[in-house]
Design a protein around this ligand. Structure first.
Ligand SMILES: Nc1ncnc2c1ncn2[C@@H]1O[C@H](COP(=O)(O)OP(=O)(O)OP(=O)(O)O)[C@@H](O)[C@H]1O
Ligand SMILES: [Mg+2]
Length: 248
């Protein structure tokens, strides 16, 4: 589904943010990407929807190279950014959520239906007519999530989806993520709160100083997290796996 090969990226100021990362993400997989601040997580996922162009190496989605097929890739990959402000384009919440589906060239009725359903799913239907710049940080995050859901992409990437959310906000966004995964979407999440997702992910990838240091099942990776400056989850490990944060 997603193929990252020998990916290197250097920012214009010379920072080597990725130093040869290769990984394969399977269709329908739920992948957690973790690593300390500045390790290269955001830089990596920004390549997956073609927002950044590789300095060396390549990224493809469904066999489509993200540099050569940017539009096809954008239809397949939805991204919820770390900074929700950068993602909000509409004046009101409803307009913002409609922006993506409108650009897909859908009928007005289909756009309307997708917007209603995305607002409902993210619990912000009551904010539909509110001006986006008057929203709280957590509400903006939900608007950004709704905007991506309305596009119905097959891959959804969440960069730090739980940052700045209150307890109900985290639960709601986490449930949303799990629902998308159940529907067969491929999900990538970066977070420093490993315990929120560890019970649900298929694999964990650890990025450290621009390199992929480990990738595998949670059971395999959790014991090595601390050696890469990542705080291991505090949730209980049972025979059948990690306990869900939602059940706390
Ligand atoms: N626009 C930029 N220009 C120059 N350097 C940048 C830029 N954006 C990020 N970097 C650098 O690239 C490296 C990787 O940054 P990145 O944002 O990918 O890290 P991250 O793993 O997402 O960190 P965090 O956990 O803080 O979100 C860091 O050293 C950072 O300082
Ligand atoms: Mg980041």
């Amino acid at each position: 589904m997603i193929d990252v090969r020998d990916l290197e990226y250097r920012y214009p100021d010379g920072t080597a943010a990725l130093r040869g990362v290769s990984m394969h993400v399977r269709e329908g997989e739920f992948l957690l990407i973790c690593g300390p601040n500045g390790s290269g997580k955001t830089t990596l996922i920004r390549h997956i929807n073609g927002l950044l162009k590789p300095f060396a190496g390549s990224v493809s989605v469904d066999g489509l190279d993200v540099v050569r097929f940017p539009e096809e890739v954008l239809q397949r990959v939805g991204m919820v950014f770390q900074d929700a402000d950068s993602q909000i384009v509409g004046e009101t919440v409803r307009e913002d959520v409609a922006f993506g589906p409108e650009n897909l060239g859908l009928s007005p009725a289909e756009v309307e239906q997708r917007v209603e359903s995305a607002l409902e799913m993210t619990g912000i239907a009551h904010l539909a007519e509110k001006s986006c710049h008057l929203l709280s940080g957590g509400e903006k995050r939900r608007v950004a999530v709704a905007g991506v859901l309305a596009m119905q992409p097959r891959v959804v990437v969440f960069d730090e989806p739980f940052a700045n959310l209150d307890y109900p906000g985290v639960r709601q966004v986490l449930r949303e993520i799990l629902k998308l995964h159940e529907k067969g979407r491929t999900i990538l999440v970066t977070t420093h709160d490993i315990e929120k997702v560890v019970a649900h992910v298929d694999r964990i990838a650890v990025i450290h100083k621009g390199e992929l240091k480990a990738m595998g099942a949670p059971r395999e990776i959790v014991p090595v997290l601390a050696s890469f400056d990542v705080r291991p989850p505090r949730c209980a490990v049972a025979e059948e796996g990690f306990s869900s944060w939602l059940e706390d």
